[in-house]
Design a protein. Sequence first.
Length: 89
Amino acid sequence: MSEVIETTPKLELRATEIEKDLLSELADYHAIYSPLFKRREQRAESEKYLKGLLSDIENKSVEAMKLHFEGDNPNAIRSGQQFLGQGAW
């Protein structure tokens, strides 16, 4: 009476294979929550943060994400840290 339990196949997708679909779905997902951010800067930071979390960079800290996407801009790093630190999570 033992049942065979099959597991799902290993997912072997490359970032380039799903990038187009994922980015459009991410934009749709973000559009649901973007009205909850009062300022446009907060909306922009939240979208950048989501993209950073889903990116292939190893370190998911705000600083690492900002350096990867926006270069060595101290103001961008600071704004990302303030967004996460002062948000009502």
